[in-house]
Ligand binder design. Structure first.
Ligand code: PDD
Length: 284
């Protein structure tokens, strides 16, 4: 089946979806934002909080809304889902400030934001990742100081992912100047201590993951406590369990950090199960 993408008012075969202008500010300055949403049984999971976060990112950067309304954007996303006959996978939405002569400051005359929507089928999941756990390595956090904005300026996370790939690891957890873990290149970071889940507080140093927020609600329902407090590599090695979360991975438990064993337990897997049940329930 042909993959269809949306680009600035047109639904196009994916291989021909190349109509972004060379002076698009997203292309030249990474002056744009994005969202990645999970599609379960043809339905977007946690659509409202994702669109709230998109509003927040756009607002923080002063980029105009790319559609006449939130409803209109939702309709476009569902049209992409429909045209791709997407049952399980993800939807990527990118908004850039628009096309304008290359000057750093915002365009003097208002420009129309550029909007791109793509669909991806879910990759077959490797259940061994849950049994064996994943390897994590660390790297100095080289990102800017507004990681709460879901900006398309992703060079530091690209390098962090490559750092992991070259070491046979699944993800890189980034470390701030004081030695605290901020988050993964594209995931949030957690440790488990007894019945408490500890995760980095949602400041400007991390992206407040929608999965992170959903897991907090589900964990409380399971009688677990949440502690939003920074932790170090030493804390991870002392913890009962550690795991990461994101829209595309749900939740994955760690087996090692920089080659040192991380303890395994049952809480991360139980919480993952609850999250999977939530996705099924929310999209029925
Ligand atoms: N990444 N932290 C960072 C830096 C991220 O890029 C992401 C998401 C997360 C998890 O957020 P959420 O639970 O809302 O997916 C945390 C997406 C999936 C991506 O860039 O592909």
């Amino acid at each position: 089946m042909q993959r269809i993408s949306y680009c600035n008012g047109h639904f196009l075969p994916h291989q021909h979806a190349n109509i972004v202008h060379i002076e698009d500010r997203g292309y030249q300055f990474a002056d744009g934002v994005y969202e990645v949403m999970h599609v379960h049984h043809g339905v977007l999971v946690d659509l409202a909080p994702h669109l709230d976060r998109l509003d927040y990112s756009l607002g923080e950067l002063g980029i105009s809304y790319p559609c006449s309304s939130r409803r209109a954007l939702e309709s476009l996303m569902y049209e992409v889902i429909r045209r791709n006959r997407l049952e399980y996978g993800s939807i990527y939405v990118q908004v850039s400030r628009g096309v304008s002569k290359r000057e750093f400051y915002f365009p003097k005359k208002p420009v129309t934001p550029s909007l791109v929507i793509t669909a991806q089928r879910m990759q077959p999941f490797n259940p061994a990742l849950l049994q064996q756990g994943i390897k994590i390595v660390t790297l100095k956090d080289a990102r800017w100081k507004r990681c709460d904005i879901k900006s398309i300026a992703l060079l530091a996370p690209v390098l962090a992912k490559q750092h992991a790939a070259q070491r046979g690891a699944y993800e890189t957890w980034q470390v701030d100047e004081e030695g605290y873990i901020t988050e993964g290149a594209s995931t949030n970071a957690w440790i488990v201590k007894g019945k408490t889940l500890q995760t980095t507080p949602a400041t400007h140093s991390i992206l407040n993951g929608i999965t992170r927020q959903r897991l907090m609600v589900l964990a409380k329902d399971m009688g677990l406590k949440i502690l939003e407090k920074r932790f170090t590599e030493a804390d991870i090695l002392k913890a009962d369990e550690a795991f990461l979360s994101s829209t595309t991975t749900y939740l994955l438990p760690l087996s090692s950090l920089n080659g040192k064993a991380v303890k395994r337990g049952t809480i991360a897997l139980a919480l993952r199960e609850k999250y999977a049940e939530y996705c099924a329930r929310a999209t029925r």
